[in-house]
Design a binder for this molecule. Structure first.
Ligand code: G3P
Ligand code: MG
Length: 281
């Protein structure tokens, strides 16, 4: 899918992949998202000590890998570990132990199938992009704010370089909570569209916030959405994607308000009220 043009229909993006059914930010989560009919996957980019880009949501490796037991020195941040060290971790077993969305307990996810998640690796960015290209699915690449971490000065440019090297410029949307990262992304790769992420505090004037950040997309958390904002954003030609929307009824309501798309943990369930997906506003 091409984020540079108005989508022909409401979009569904899989938050960290189809993370209700597979460990977040792993290749199986991305594959399942494509099988479930998501238009794009959303993934989070972090940087290792030796400046390799990996797919990881938290600064720390503790929640989604076995780093806590593997690394006894307590240095659990991805930026404190080499790529080889990060790749040596198990990024899948935690999902079987925690069952974060209750899909194992409910039987929706087959336990035998899920046992295959043990030993999954943290993906490299280029690996995830390659997979998305093969699956023919769009990618929302969220660059995590490294302001207080190593490689803050290079993570944006390195990410855009990886997108270019993968030949994925026409299928990627870069997003960040950091407006200055988006300005840097514009300089590094003006042709790749950008989304401004917001949470906690609703901007007074989201159109102006997007303009300052050089963003063509506005990605608010669902509770920040205001109907009048959507109207202003639409008039300014800015597309709106709400996250993280897991309630099909809310998705329907937001689509009627003019939201262009959703980022969801469960792209299968969210699609239910949209049997013939209406065109995006
Ligand atoms: O892109 C939407 C969402 O991923 C932003 O928040 O914390 O889940 O990365 P987070
Ligand atoms: Mg994210």
């Amino acid at each position: 899918m091409d984020f540079r043009t108005r989508p022909a229909r409401i979009l569904f993006g899989a938050h960290r992949g189809f993370r209700a059914m597979a460990p977040e930010n792993t290749l199986p989560a991305f594959e399942l998202a494509a099988s479930a009919g998501a238009d794009f996957i959303e993934l989070d980019v972090a940087c290792t000590r030796d400046r390799r880009l990996v797919i990881l949501h938290d600064d720390s490796l503790a929640r989604t890998t076995n780093a806590g037991t593997a690394f006894r020195d307590g240095r659990l941040a991805a930026c404190e570990r080499s790529f080889a060290e990060v790749r040596s971790l198990d990024a899948g077993s935690w999902f079987l132990e925690k069952d974060p969305f209750g899909t194992l307990a409910s039987g929706r996810l087959d336990a035998r199938e899920a046992s295959g998640y043990r030993g999954l690796q943290v993906p490299a960015l280029e690996e995830a992009l390659e997979l998305a290209k093969r699956l023919g699915i769009g990618v929302n690449v969220e660059i995590k704010d490294h302001a207080k971490l190593a490689h803050d000065a290079t993570i944006v440019e390195d990410t855009l370089g990886a997108v270019r090297d993968a030949g994925m410029e026409d299928s990627v949307l870069v997003s960040s909570f950091s407006p200055s990262y988006l300005v840097r992304a514009t300089k590094a790769a003006p042709g790749i569209p950008r989304a401004l992420l917001v949470e906690n505090k609703r901007p007074w004037d989201p159109v102006e916030s997007c303009r300052q950040a050089c963003a063509q997309w506005y990605h608010p958390s669902e509770e920040l959405i205001l109907g009048c904002h959507i109207v202003c954003l639409q008039r300014a030609g800015i597309f709106v994607t709400a996250w993280t929307v897991n309630d099909p009824a809310l998705a329907l309501q937001l689509s009627l308000m003019g939201v262009t798309g959703f980022i969801t943990d469960d792209p299968e369930s969210i699609a239910r009220p949209f049997p013939n997906r209406p065109p995006a506003a």
